[in-house]
Design a binder for this molecule. Structure first.
Ligand code: ZN
Length: 440
């Protein structure tokens, strides 16, 4: 059996579970440590602390990693414990508009088994959920595990989600994904708890636990950061005061739709002058292809085969995959020194920097972590963003904030999704049944 916080008589909110949660959190925060130190830190009696640690070790949530040196006054050496991050397992699912990644990961973010599937022509909820469940069962069988061996399953989704209800309210590029009770459906099919969150929130969890959100600039544990998604849509996640801020409706972070030009371009959301109308890669590709008479044509220096025979009157009519291919070709040309591409990327970065300056003035974060397509813009993009922020943000706020690219690789979505189940363990959410969570 793998580890589970639900081992033993699980009475939500019981003193036993509270003690168990307190000691578990301390093991993660201050470990490696000893039973006497845990008792001092927690205020829980020594006998109770000792029993809780033994229980956690028996259920593989804690591990003994050595002994202390004998004390000079003749005191006996004591066992040293820590949270058994390598011994826990979570299911991780990262849904994209064109594919789904599924994995079993441990508490260190290591992937133990993984399968990626492109989504077929039918991307409606039912076939996609069937694919997720089937793939998770295949991976569990591959590792010789049962669903109950998991802390739970975390699912990252490209859309508007309710973390607390486990519902996908809307996924703009997935047909008929409206108010889908994803958590409930997958939990019922697998027999384990399931958490759902949007892709940007999931990215921030990965940064906090395994990326450059782990430490502050002074090396302090954790930092106040904003992770910002660049690409066709722009969004953000706020990791403030030691926690991911989701907001009462779980929608915090839709910064792509903050107005930066009152009479600006029409946005997909119906508003005018949203930040993403000028700072997305859709704008970048549109500007590259815009001709003097207002029509669109791919310039000769931009050679993207999918675009050659593609005529269009509005950049918003172009398929997302083609936009992405063109944007990456522009970033590549800029990095190779093409002057037109270089100028376009600097303008794109300048618009991006305006939005970041607003964010920095608003939230005073220690770090802004940029991820997504525009990371391919490299130093040209990043230098320009920093320059614009330097010109526009208030001095005290900008001096305390560094702007960096993510350093996590393409597994980041999976690792972040798996972190949903890990965080639920430490937030005590694993004590609640899926039904009681839906009452929130
Ligand atoms: Zn908008």
């Amino acid at each position: 059996m793998m580890a589970s916080l639900r081992d033993g008589p699980a009475v939500p909110g019981s003193l036993r579970q509270m003690n168990r949660l307190t000691i578990l959190r301390l093991l993660r925060e201050i470990g490696p440590t000893t039973k006497p130190a845990l008792a001092r830190q927690s205020g829980i009696s020594r006998p109770t602390t000792s029993k809780v640690v033994d229980d956690l070790e028996a259920s593989r949530l804690a591990e003994r990693i050595g002994m202390t040196q004998p004390a000079s006054n003749g005191g006996k050496p004591g066992a040293i414990y820590r949270f058994n991050a390598g011994g826990v397992r979570s299911g991780a699912v990262f849904l994209r508009v064109d594919a789904v990644q599924v994995a079993i990961i441990d508490g260190n973010g290591h992937v133990h088994a993984r399968l990626d599937h492109p989504l077929g022509s039918d991307r409606h909820p039912e076939p996609v959920i069937d694919l997720i469940v089937t793939t998770l069962k295949d991976l569990l069988a591959q590792l010789g595990l049962m669903a109950d061996d998991l802390l739970g399953v975390g699912i990252g989704v490209p859309g508007l989600t309710s973390f607390h209800k486990g519902i996908v309210h809307f996924a703009p590029h997935l047909p008929d994904w409206r108010d889908v009770p994803l958590s409930e459906l997958v939990a019922a099919a697998l027999g384990t708890q399931v958490w759902v969150d949007n892709d940007c929130h999931v990215q921030a969890l990965a940064e906090r636990h395994f990326g450059i959100g782990q430490t502050g600039r002074s090396g302090a544990n954790g930092c106040e950061f904003v992770s910002v998604q660049s690409g066709i849509g722009l969004s953000a996640a706020f990791y403030l005061d030691g926690a991911l801020y989701r907001g009462p409706g779980d929608t915090a972070g839709e910064i792509g739709h903050m107005t930066v030009q009152e009479q600006g371009l029409l946005c997909d959301c119906g508003n005018r002058g949203c930040w993403e109308t000028v700072a997305s890669i859709t704008w970048l590709v549109g500007e590259a292809c815009r001709t003097s008479d207002g029509t669109f044509q791919m310039p000769q220096w931009l050679n993207v085969s999918a675009m050659v025979d593609h005529s269009f009157h509005n950049i918003r009519d172009v398929a997302p995959a083609i936009i992405t291919s063109c944007a990456h070709a522009i970033f590549c040309a800029a990095r190779a020194g093409n002057p037109e591409a270089d100028a376009l990327v600097r303008r794109h970065a300048s618009h991006f920097g305006v939005g970041l300056a607003n964010l920095i003035n608003m939230l005073n974060p220690q770090r802004i972590i940029i991820w997504g397509d525009s990371v391919a813009g490299g130093e040209v993009f990043l230098e320009t963003v920093r320059k614009v922020v330097g010109e526009r943000a208030l001095m005290r706020a900008r001096e305390n904030c560094e702007i960096v690219f993510t350093q996590l690789d393409h597994d980041v979505g999976l690792i972040g999704a798996g972190s949903l189940a890990l965080d639920a363990l430490f937030d005590g959410l694993s004590l609640e049944s899926p039904a009681s969570r839906q009452m929130v």
